[in-house]
Design a protein around this ligand. Structure first.
Ligand SMILES: [Zn+2]
Length: 331
């Protein structure tokens, strides 16, 4: 069964958006590398000082936290990451605006792929920007990065690496390099926020466009189908929504909406579940995790049970994968 044109269009736009996102991620990582270089000198100085303490292995975390050099490093991390947050916010906002624009194009192309001229005036870009969290001038209405600051993750990451190095007696060079890796927890968080916010803006723009079109009655969830797609999204692939609903997803989620036209049959495609069922057992096992896979092989649950719903007051409902306990206690 060949995919309907409207599904092909949805996939193409998603690919284009993800490609754009990859280059945005690269820019964010390059900027991060500059911060890392600045902080490296402070990390090295701390590690050098610790290296001179004979009873390093016996040092408690509390003693470490009281060290002037440690505190100076934490201050530096905070300061540098504040600067990074400020810069990254501009990047994320720009990505969101691009995603909204791409959402508008997706709606136009999807409807024309279905043989419909555009009978709607225009996508209300401004109201979508506000829905997404941008003010009329494109500035963020509330600062995501300040609310979910990067520095605590970065400080936690580097401190854990340092404590591990002390406990295991790593040499100073190894310790310093693992601390820089730990620092990168801040970057990982920034990338997750960027990805999540960009996809969210895109989903909101497409769904709002379908609402405004007057020729769409609802939409279906289209999940990515690859080894990185979580099982909750795979099992939700094809879910049907009415137009009043929003399409929400979890952090890093890549699901998009495929429109259902008024008076027509909903578009069909091979669903995530059907796709999963065609995979060789070893891939299924890899994607599910050994414990879930074994329980499933025993017939302990149906694949549909893998999809649970998580709720967030900020982001709404999103798919999540059932835990092993949930899967094995249901019957
Ligand atoms: Zn997912």
């Amino acid at each position: 069964m060949a995919d309907p044109e409207v599904v092909v269009v949805a996939r193409q736009f998603k690919q284009a958006l993800l490609a754009q996102e990859r280059s945005a991620m690269l820019v964010m990582a390059q900027r991060w590398a500059m911060i890392e270089r600045t902080l490296q000198a402070h990390i090295d100085a701390l590690v050098q000082e610790l290296g001179s303490i004979e009873a390093l292995a016996g040092m408690t975390p509390e003693q470490l936290y009281r060290m002037d050099r440690y505190q100076a490093l934490v201050m530096q991390v905070r300061e540098q990451l504040r600067l990074y947050e400020h810069w990254a916010e501009g990047q994320i906002t720009a990505s969101q605006r691009q995603a909204i624009e791409m959402g508008r194009e997706t709606v136009t192309e999807s409807l024309s792929a279905s043989g419909l001229g555009i009978s709607w005036n225009r996508l209300p870009v401004r109201s979508i920007e506000i829905m997404v969290g941008l003010a009329g001038d494109g500035a963020p209405l509330f600062s995501l990065l300040q609310q979910r600051a990067l520095w605590p993750d970065a400080v936690e990451g580097l401190t854990q690496a340092l404590l591990r190095g002390m406990a295991l007696g790593w040499n100073p060079r190894k310790t310093a390099s693992r601390m820089a890796d730990g620092l990168a927890e801040g970057l990982n968080k920034a990338l997750t926020i960027a990805r999540t916010e960009t996809m969210r803006a895109y989903r909101m723009a497409t769904v709002e466009g379908y609402r405004e079109s007057n020729v769409v009655s609802g939409f279906r969830r289209l999940a990515a189908k690859d080894g990185r797609t979580c099982l909750a999204c795979l099992m939700s692939d094809g879910e049907t929504f009415d137009l009043a609903s929003d399409l929400t997803d979890h952090p890093n989620g890549r699901c998009v909406a495929v429109p259902i036209l008024v008076g027509r049959e909903p578009p069909q495609w091979q669903t995530g579940r059907e796709w999963f069922e065609t995979l060789p057992p070893e891939r299924q096992r890899e994607m599910m995790g050994a414990e879930r896979y074994d329980a499933w092989s025993r017939g302990a649950f149906d694949l549909s049970a893998l999809r649970r719903t998580a709720h967030s007051d900020v982001w709404g409902d999103s798919p999540r994968v059932a835990t092993l306990a949930e899967l094995t206690n249901t019957r």
